[in-house]
Design a protein around this ligand. Structure first.
Ligand SMILES: Nc1nc2c(c(=O)[nH]1)N[C@H]1C(S)=C(S)[C@@H](COP(=O)(O)OP(=O)(O)OC[C@H]3O[C@@H](n4cnc5c(=O)[nH]c(N)nc54)[C@H](O)[C@@H]3O)O[C@H]1N2
Ligand SMILES: Nc1nc2c(c(=O)[nH]1)N[C@H]1C(S)=C(S)[C@@H](COP(=O)(O)OP(=O)(O)OC[C@H]3O[C@@H](n4cnc5c(=O)[nH]c(N)nc54)[C@H](O)[C@@H]3O)O[C@H]1N2
Ligand code: SF4
Ligand SMILES: [Mo]
Length: 902
């Protein structure tokens, strides 16, 4: 019998409602929840493919594992032993070195209830503020700026503003990829009213930029100069709202004085754009009845991220584009519960419910609410510093939950060093293979999406329920439960040590996520995010709800500051002077390229989940480095060639991809690929740990790099049809042994490994052969030419090809891959496969890129339709592309526009 469970998508901050279909205890389908106010039934490629990622337990962390000394492998154990071991080790380290020798590094992908328990465990029980999260890499500049300028964290805006805005400024945000369902809402609004203006500020020509009315392709990192220049122009033009500035803001004069130094021609020069474009953007911004700014990592992930946010908020305050429908500075949250983490204060710099660690009154409030004394007033260490403190031996133990720092932190060599140095590392993970798991002394298997319950808060402050649709696999348990169990055990140990009576009330009386939510709710009362009137019951009755919703209120709050009163002590918003400063690591003669990093449409972060759905590789099958064609030619580089990307921190090898979307002198790499797919740890081998002085957010978007042809003459390509999850798990441990190795999911059930090195390595090829489960004996046809260093092995299944391994000369690989993909029986004798003329094997048999994932429509099909003068509507009717989730529509429009221009 089919059951439907109402829940929320576990990927991005849009927070789409989903209806999860289950049968016989397994997730069998998904649909957008038509009643959820974020998506009204829509889902993007990632949301739609969630069931594919949950269909098998292969690769899941299923049992607790631990090791007592570093040199032994972890052994499976039971929960009681694992939890006792964690509590014993943490208690011993705290006893010996004090509470600040322990750190927790958690995640904006935890549910609010998980987060709450972790935060209470750190701050209320252990009494350390060393609890930080991956939101430090993501939202902390936005948080800091909101607090400085508006007096409180959280956006003033809501999703309805997407439909009401007349000018939309996308700043460092690639919404078609990162917030697709919200982008659908913007597309609809613009289709209804073509007068709506879209301005995109992004050094790259993203799909959003290609569809915009104005693309400001600024030099990376120059946003502050741009916004200061726009404000200068508006002051000069008298286009400000003087009355609003006088009544509702403070410190305008300081900013006015500062932006005198940024006349449009000066600002435009810093940004590398046309002065007229800067003024045009400013005019549209100020003159529009409603201007909405949507911003994300292009602003936040910068060593001046707070200033980038503030300079943009200055523009909103100066023009009164805030606190009214369709207007405001809207920071889009990345992770599904980045907001919830901020609400429970689960970071090194905050206390619960938007309170401050440094504020004695706030600490006293929390002490009273929790019934504890002496909360630590020592500031906790934010993420980058936390790992540095581990490397220097100050932090001895770390508990990592729901994040993968050996992939996602900047300068991962430093992170590896830190984890190797730590005495005790706990990793709480849903999947067994990530780049962080090998460092775990204890691996705690976590239940994941579809298996756990709680709440999340999306970008517009809307709290939604997450519900379990199936049981967790194996021994996996929900995160709140794991944290709670360890907390109870630690509490016992602390009491024993203090010879405390066992009758004292526990800090962790929680029997369910609902109990946790109820306590969290109490802490918010009287705060800006007051949810006094909210409970699981009200969420059940009235559906997802926006905070604040204080006692007595019957519904949540869509927009804040509508009466011009801000959350500062005097009710006035603050202008803050933001001088432009260059990126932490400018390019120079040795490192002449500016590296940008960002997201792909169909992958999520370290791919532990999206990497389980073969279909999600069709849009971008492998890791590449993107460079402008002219830059490549000048360096004698060609598309597909292997290049070394070197920074002052580290290096990695990637195939080159050329594209006009990046500007001269800049290169781009997607953040997603890790040691699970590459011989290196991914692009964060090269990034820099420099952080913003106010928010401590690292500059993940910018680093200076050198790009050189990789001198790796030996090549190998192997492919295998089969269960790609199992094959990938078997091959992954071999990758790091070669200078370059990359796993590509070429097609449903088809995995391809490419490798290169300075010299051939027969032993490695043999081990790869076995990892790929290629046959030996009758079903293997081999050809060796030792003199020319060539070797070819082809695996047969009857008269079809099922896999191969080519070493030395790999030119035949594309044709063989095509042969596997077509599943066509081979005509003629088997050995003739080697005799095909070189022409045939050299032919550029490349799989056409799939643009529309739902209907499997390729770029080639779309381009031929466009050549035959088809419109988007024609293609929807004939090819079906863009008719299901719509994630591909921006790209199709872009292809159409490109042809129109040509
Ligand atoms: N498909 C997909 N969607 C996701 C995620 C995912 O992994 N995959 N992750 C989620 C998360 S956690 C987050 S935080 C969001 C991120 O969402 P976004 O921030 O929209 O995505 P990014 O690609 O990281 O970066 C956005 C853009 O910033 C540009 N940029 C780089 N440097 C600068 C600069 O100096 N100034 C300006 N103005 N722009 C610059 C880049 O070229 C890039 O196009 O996405 C969320 N959604
Ligand atoms: N160069 C570069 N680096 C970046 C960025 C960038 O733009 N460029 N973006 C940064 C940003 S904005 C972010 S948010 C980070 C994201 O970086 P990470 O937080 O490292 O990203 P994920 O891969 O999503 O990590 C989540 C982990 O939790 C596991 N997991 C999934 N569900 C559960 C669960 O229910 N419980 C537990 N315990 N585990 C679970 C997943 O398998 C996964 O390994 O990356 C940052 N790093
Ligand atoms: S936009 Fe896509 S990834 Fe984001 S919540 Fe909605 S379905 Fe999930
Ligand atoms: Mo993020």
């Amino acid at each position: 019998m089919k059951t439907v469970t109402r829940s929320t998508c576990c990927y991005c901050g849009v927070g789409c409602g989903v209806l999860v279909e289950t049968e016989h205890g397994r997730i069998t389908g998904i649909a957008g929840d038509p009643d959820h106010p974020a998506n009204f039934g829509r889902l993007c490629t990632k949301g739609r493919t969630l069931p594919l990622t949950a269909s098998s337990t292969t690769g899941r962390a299923l049992r607790p594992e631990m090791r007592v000394t570093r040199d032994e492998p972890r052994q499976a154990t039971d929960w009681a032993s694992a939890l006792d071991h964690v509590a014993d080790r943490l208690a011993a380290i705290i006893e010996r070195d004090g509470p600040d020798a322990v750190a927790l590094y958690i995640s904006g992908q935890l549910l609010t209830e998980d987060y709450y328990v972790f935060n209470k465990l750190a701050k209320g029980l252990i009494r350390t503020n060393n609890i930080d999260t991956n939101s430090r890499l993501c939202m902390s500049s936005a948080v800091t700026a909101y607090k400085k300028a508006l007096g409180a964290d959280g956006p003033p805006t809501c999703y309805e503003d997407l439909e009401l805005a007349q000018t939309v400024l996308f700043a460092g945000s690639n919404m078609p990829y990162a917030h697709p369902v919200l982008f659908r809402r913007l597309e609809d609004a613009k289709a209804k009213n073509p007068d709506i203006k879209w301005i995109v500020v992004d050094p790259r020509r993203t799909d959003a930029a290609a569809l915009a009315d104005l693309h400001l392709a600024i030099e990376p990192g120059t946003d502050v100069a741009l916004f200061n220049g726009m404000l200068h122009h508006l002051i000069w033009e008298g286009a400000l709202d003087r009355a609003f500035i006088a009544a509702h803001t403070a410190d305008f004069d300081a900013v006015k004085a500062l932006v005198r130094d940024y006349p449009p021609h000066v600002a435009a020069k810093i940004c590398g754009i046309d002065e007229r474009d800067l003024m045009q953007a400013a005019d549209w911004f100020a003159a529009s009845p409603a201007t909405l700014s949507l911003y994300c990592m292009g602003l936040n992930q910068s060593s001046h991220g707070t200033d980038k946010n503030l300079a943009l908020i200055n523009l909103h305050l100066a023009t009164a584009q805030i606190g009214k429908p369709g207007a405001g500075p809207f920071s889009l949250t990345g992770q599904p519960n980045a907001m919830g983490g901020r609400e429970v204060g689960g970071m090194a710099t905050m206390l619960a419910a938007h309170r401050e660690i440094g504020n004695a009154e706030h600490r006293a409030e929390i002490e009273a609410l929790w019934g504890v004394s002496a909360l630590s007033d020592r500031p906790g260490l934010p993420a980058v510093e936390m790992f540095d403190a581990m490397a220097s031996g100050k932090i001895k133990a770390i508990w990592i939950a729901c994040t993968n720092p050996v992939h996602s932190m900047p300068d991962i060599a430093r992170v590896r060093q830190a984890l190797a140095k730590a005495e005790f590392v706990v990793v709480q993970e849903a999947f067994a293979q990530t780049d962080t798991v090998p460092y775990a002394d204890v691996l705690l298997p976590a239940a994941s999406w579809g298996e756990k319950a709680g709440t999340v808060t999306n970008s517009e402050r809307r709290i939604s329920r997450v519900r379990a649709a199936v049981e967790p696999p194996g021994e996996a348990r929900p995160d709140w439960w794991i944290a709670n169990e360890v907390a109870l055990k630690l509490e016992q140990r602390f009491r024993r040590a203090a010879q405390d009576s066992a009758t004292t009330r526990t800090l962790f009386p929680f029997a369910s996520p609902q109990d946790v939510f109820d306590e969290h709710r109490l802490l918010t009362i009287g705060r800006d995010l007051d949810i006094g009137a909210l409970s699981y019951a009200t969420l059940e009755q009235q559906g997802p709800t926006q905070w604040p919703m204080p006692a007595g209120a019957h519904e949540g709050t869509a927009r804040r500051y509508t009466d011009g009163t801000f959350a500062t002590a005097d009710g006035r918003a603050r202008f803050l002077a933001t001088p432009y400063l260059p990126v932490a690591e400018p390019t120079d003669a040795r490192y002449p390229f500016h590296l940008l990093t960002g997201r792909l449409r169909d992958q999520w972060h370290g791919m532990s989940r999206t990497g389980r759905a073969d279909a999600l590789f069709a849009h971008t099958p492998e890791a590449t480095l993107v460079m402008r064609p002219g830059d490549a030619t000048r360096r004698g580089l060609e598309e597909g060639q292997l290049v070394t990307v070197t920074s002052r921190r580290g290096k990695l090898v990637l195939p080159l991809q050329t594209s006009d979307d990046v500007a001269p002198g800049t290169v781009f790499a997607a953040m997603h690929w890790s040691g699970q797919y590459l011989s290196s740890g991914g692009i964060n081998e090269a990034t820099i740990g420099a952080v913003d002085p106010y928010s401590a957010q690292p500059e993940l978007k910018h680093a200076a790099v050198r790009i050189e042809q990789a001198d790796l003459p030996w090549r190998l390509v192997a492919a295998r049809r089969g269960d790609t999850l199992a094959l990938r798990a078997a091959v992954q441990p071999l990758l790091a042994e070669r200078r370059y190795a990359s796993i590509r999911i070429e097609d449903e059930d088809l995995i391809v490994i490419s490798a290169a090195d300075t010299a051939s390595n027969a032993d490695w090829a043999d081990r790869l052969h076995d990892a790929l489960d290629l046959p030996r004996g009758d079903d293997l046809l081999e050809y060796r030419d030792a003199r020319r260093g060539r070797e070819q092995r082809v695996a047969w299944l009857g008269n079809t090809i099922d896999g191969f391994l080519l070493s030395g000369d790999t030119q035949g690989a594309p044709a063989l891959i095509e042969q596997i993909r077509s599943a066509q029986p081979w005509q003629g004798p088997r050995h003739a496969i080697f005799l095909r003329g070189d022409d045939a094997s050299r032919a550029q048999v490349r799989k056409a890129r799939i643009v529309c994932n739902c209907k499997q429509v390729t770029q080639t099909q779309i381009e031929s339709a466009i050549a035959a003068r088809a419109s988007l509507e024609d293609m929807k009717a004939t090819l079906g592309c863009g008719t299901v989730c719509g994630s591909c529509v921006p790209e199709i429009k872009r292809l159409l526009n490109a042809t129109a221009v040509a």
